[in-house]
Design a protein around this ligand. Structure first.
Ligand code: ADE
Length: 240
């Protein structure tokens, strides 16, 4: 079955964009996934086809209208009732590998891309929408966020990656950043590949990688260590 993405956007020409290339592009050509960009403006009813208006209470920018988006959303929900509906917004739940895995295991996803200051909040009360953020910074629109989310999902679909890494190895899958990588040449600008990686002792290599994963995570992402508890006391299954 094809993993199907429906994108509600004011810029349908931005899709598949970079996802038409490399791994995702090949998988798109093979029918492993599909994309259906939908123009939000097609659901406007006035002669200017307006999709936004000034914010209630005043302030800068424009807000995407609930009536126009409501119609667009209802059209997508009727056509794709099985797919979860997400809205890209910096006010959303952080995108994590956990969420990505769940979405990749499902039938696909519908994504609402905002522009301007954001969506009329009543949409989130009236429709089953999961707001999602790709990070603590503000983009000019949700399209790049949607592309990022799709890329993270597509690489997990069966048949997309040649030899998928085991769950424990990949960044975030074991709750840690991945260990560092090296390849030939053995020596570059006076720096050698760590000797342990050339030892052929698989148990020693695994122990070194685990230690480096923990060390680098402590240094770069102490928040991950806090969230997942003391990783040194975990059994290999990930149980505490
Ligand atoms: N739209 C604007 N900023 C965003 C962000 N950080 N994540 C998702 N969508 C956005």
């Amino acid at each position: 079955m094809t993993w199907a993405a429906t994108i509600l956007t004011l810029y349908p020409e931005m899709f598949p964009g970079p996802l038409g290339h490399s791994l995702a592009g090949r998988a798109l050509g093979e029918g492993i996934w599909s994309i259906d960009p939908v123009q939000i403006r097609d659901f406007a009813t006035d002669k200017h086809r307006s999709v936004d208006d000034t914010p209630a209470g005043g302030g800068a920018g424009m807000v995407m209208r609930a009536d126009v988006l409501g119609r667009a959303i209802d059209d997508v929900l009727a056509r794709r009732p099985d797919a979860p509906l997400l809205a890209m917004t910096p006010r959303g739940e952080p995108l994590t590998q956990n969420l990505v895995r769940g979405l990749a295991e499902g039938p696909g996803v519908s994504i609402l891309c905002g522009r301007f200051e954001g969506f009329d909040e009543r949409l989130f009360e009236a429709r089953p929408i999961l707001p999602v953020s790709i990070g603590d910074y503000v983009l000019s629109g949700g399209e790049m966020g949607a592309l990022t989310l799709l890329d993270a999902c597509i690489r997990l679909l069966p048949g997309v990656m040649g030899a998928p890494l085991s769950g424990e190895e990949e960044s975030f899958e074991g709750g840690l950043l991945e260990y560092p990588h090296y390849t030939r040449p053995l020596e570059w600008e006076g720096r050698r590949i760590p000797e342990v990686l050339r030892s052929g002792d698989h148990a020693k290599i695994a122990a070194w990688r685990k230690a480096r994963a923990i060390e680098d995570t402590r240094l770069r992402r102490p928040d991950l260590i806090e969230r997942h508890g003391d990783v040194r006391r975990r059994s290999p299954s990930g149980a505490q």
